[in-house]
Write a protein that binds this ligand. Structure first.
Ligand SMILES: Nc1ncnc2c1ncn2[C@@H]1O[C@H](COP(=O)(O)OP(=O)(O)OP(=O)(O)O)[C@@H](O)[C@H]1O
Ligand SMILES: [Mg+2]
Length: 239
């Protein structure tokens, strides 16, 4: 018996993109299904961030199609199912807002009048803040935190909706090994137990070692065949 077809969480189909006349990606196809962790590697300027922005509709492809959970990007509305940690998002850190406010802003799509939060939303904020080791900094302003603590707050923000697809662009840049390991452990749980799909761009293989089902490389405008940069999860599990 064959299993029913699985709708990918993310699907790029023949996507090309150029900034003006400068081509960056050419005829790229990629599928990420729920419960799958795909690491994306590639040199500086190869087009990884551009690829993530295309997946999120922040950039429009010059050719090809993007679908989120089977819905063409143009008509996709369920943005609280998508978490995003942008690369170098620390510009947000100069804002005079507290850690709690940054994390809660991830729930903006579900915001209620007068900022009142449902008990389950407050519990979720509490949970992700603890998960990322930020309990003691909750009332601190972002500008009072270290770079690594700020980055943790942005990761917590992306997780607060319990997304079904999480796109992270260099999430561990600037964070210490402890925070990286906390993130890895929580991602492992979210992928294996909750079936979340993850796309994880990184130059640091330690962040996804033993976690990634697939590692793909962006190179010369293409998303290359899976590269054996690290042992895939199945292989690690056997060992
Ligand atoms: N807004 C922009 N306008 C014009 N060109 C851009 C823009 N953003 C990126 N580029 C160019 O597109 C190419 C891909 O950039 P991108 O940021 O996607 O690379 P990356 O793989 O994420 O690199 P890194 O590892 O340094 O983060 C680079 O040559 C870059 O100079
Ligand atoms: Mg980048």
């Amino acid at each position: 018996m064959t299993s029913p077809p699985v709708t990918p969480a993310l699907e790029l189909d023949g996507v090309s993109f150029a900034y003006g006349r400068v081509p960056v990606l050419h005829d790229v196809s990629l599928q990420v299904i729920e419960g799958q962790f795909v690491a994306v590697v590639g040199g500086n300027g190869s087009g990884k961030t551009t690829l993530m922005k295309l997946a999120l509709g922040l950039l429009r492809p010059t050719a090809g199609r993007v679908r989120l959970f089977g819905t063409p990007l143009e008509s996709f509305r369920s943005w609280n199912e998508i978490g995003y940690v942008p690369q170098r998002a620390m510009a947000a850190s100069a804002l005079p807002v507290s850690v709690d406010e940054v994390v809660a802003s991830g729930l903006a799509a579900k915001a209620r009048p007068f900022g009142r939060r449902r008990p389950e939303e407050l519990a979720r904020i509490e949970h992700v803040v603890e998960l990322l080791g930020l309990d003691r900094s909750r009332r601190s302003r972002m500008s009072e935190l270290s770079g690594g603590q700020q980055q943790r707050a942005l990761i917590a923000r992306a997780l607060v909706t319990a997304p079904r697809l999480l796109i992270m662009d260099e999430p561990t840049a600037g964070v210490d090994a402890d925070a990286r390991d906390v993130l890895r452990d929580s991602l492992e749980h979210l992928v294996d137990v909750e079936g979340m799909a993850v796309v994880y761009v990184s130059h640091d293989p330690e962040g996804f070692a033993g976690l990634a089902d697939r590692v793909v490389e962006v190179c010369a405008g293409q998303v290359g065949v899976d590269v054996p940069t690290v042992a895939p999860r199945a292989a690690v599990d056997m060992g």
